[in-house]
Design a protein around this ligand. Structure first.
Ligand code: 3EB
Length: 323
């Protein structure tokens, strides 16, 4: 095992020495019709495996494992400040975390990040004159620049979500294969968002496509009801879900165009659905069933999304063997 991301509202008793994070989010499950009680939400984990025994290590606050091809790492930092730095605690902590990550990847020689997962408390909260997600974007972009990484074009896939509490939590997957950064023709690239969404644009691509030689792996970033740069269908969760799936379909199309074959479909992705209001679960599930058209694989979590008017964000991952 390279590592894991686990989503659970309760602490986990883990007795294995693997880099893993617990993201404090509640899994949303179907009502058990026989007794009308919600089933006990289990912790759901995304587990990354290797064919060979990985090597474990620690770099500052990062715990990681790597196998010569792929590195999975995690970092969790309580928000804290250096008194000499006027930036907010979240901004400083984000920059610190990302600098450590890039330092590790430079040191071990894993130059390409395939995917970042970002989780923070109170993502829509406001302090230091700025929404906390925008503070995060400042710290992230400063670290990319300080580490001589591109902040536009060739940037990794990512998601950024709010949890009820907990430290800044980041997981990442990196490797030796240069990924293809995929954009969505229906959306302005996030790294080109105008200033009214914050002083610094978010640093992520709409998807990354990793061609290992034996497999094509697609990481679809967190995707929302955004067309151009604007939120569409505020307060309408069904319409936001439909628009989000149209966006994911466009990203899948762009990835297939790169591959020159229709490898990926809405039906062969693994979805993680972040739902702002748990009462919307059934509406979302029904829209997904109608639009994907075949039984689909999805995990639903209660989370805050990084714009107040967004009710849903969906990310997806899939791997297809090369034919
Ligand atoms: C969006 O399209 C929705 O800041 O890393 C999605 C995926 C979103 C990743 C990030 C933010 C991020 O802008 C929000």
């Amino acid at each position: 095992m390279l590592g894991a991301l686990c989503f659970s509202s309760a602490p986990l008793a883990v007795n294995f020495d693997v880099p893993f994070i617990r993201v404090p989010m509640t899994a949303l499950v179907e009502m058990n019709l026989s007794n009308a009680e919600p089933m006990q939400p289990d912790a759901g984990c995304e587990v990354w495996l290797s064919d060979v025994e990985p090597v474990a290590g620690q770099h500052h606050a990062i715990r990681y494992r790597h196998d010569g091809n792929t590195l999975f790492g995690i970092i969790q930092l309580e928000e804290s400040v250096l008194e000499t730095d006027p930036a907010s605690p979240l901004q400083q902590t984000t920059e610190r975390a990302y600098r450590q990550i890039f330092e590790l990847l430079d040191k071990l020689g894993y130059p390409f990040v395939y995917r970042f997962w970002n989780y923070m408390a109170d993502i829509n909260g406001y302090s230091h004159g700025l929404e906390r997600y925008r503070q995060f974007n400042l710290g992230r972009q400063d670290a990319f620049i300080a580490s001589a990484r591109d902040v536009a074009g060739n940037v990794p896939a990512a998601c950024a979500l709010g949890s009820a509490d907990g430290p800044l939590t980041i997981a990442f997957l990196a490797g030796h294969t240069p990924p293809l950064a995929i954009e969505n023709p229906r959306q302005l690239s996030a790294y080109e968002y105008p200033q009214n969404y914050g002083p610094r644009s978010p640093t992520f691509s709409r998807a990354s496509l990793v061609r290992t030689g034996t497999d094509d792996v697609l990481f679809v970033s967190g995707t929302a009801s955004i067309v151009g740069h604007a939120t569409v269908h505020p307060a309408d969760v069904a319409a936001q879900t439909r628009e989000t799936l149209v966006n994911i379909a466009a990203i899948v199309q762009a990835a297939n165009d790169q591959l020159g074959q229709p490898s990926f479909t809405l039906g062969n992705l693994f979805y993680r659905v972040y739902v702002r209001q748990s009462r919307d679960l059934d509406i979302i599930r029904n829209v997904m069933l109608a639009q994907i058209g075949v039984p689909f694989q999805a995990v639903f979590l209660q989370a805050d999304v990084c714009r107040q008017d967004l009710l849903i964000e969906i990310e997806a991952t899939a791997s297809q063997p090369v034919k």
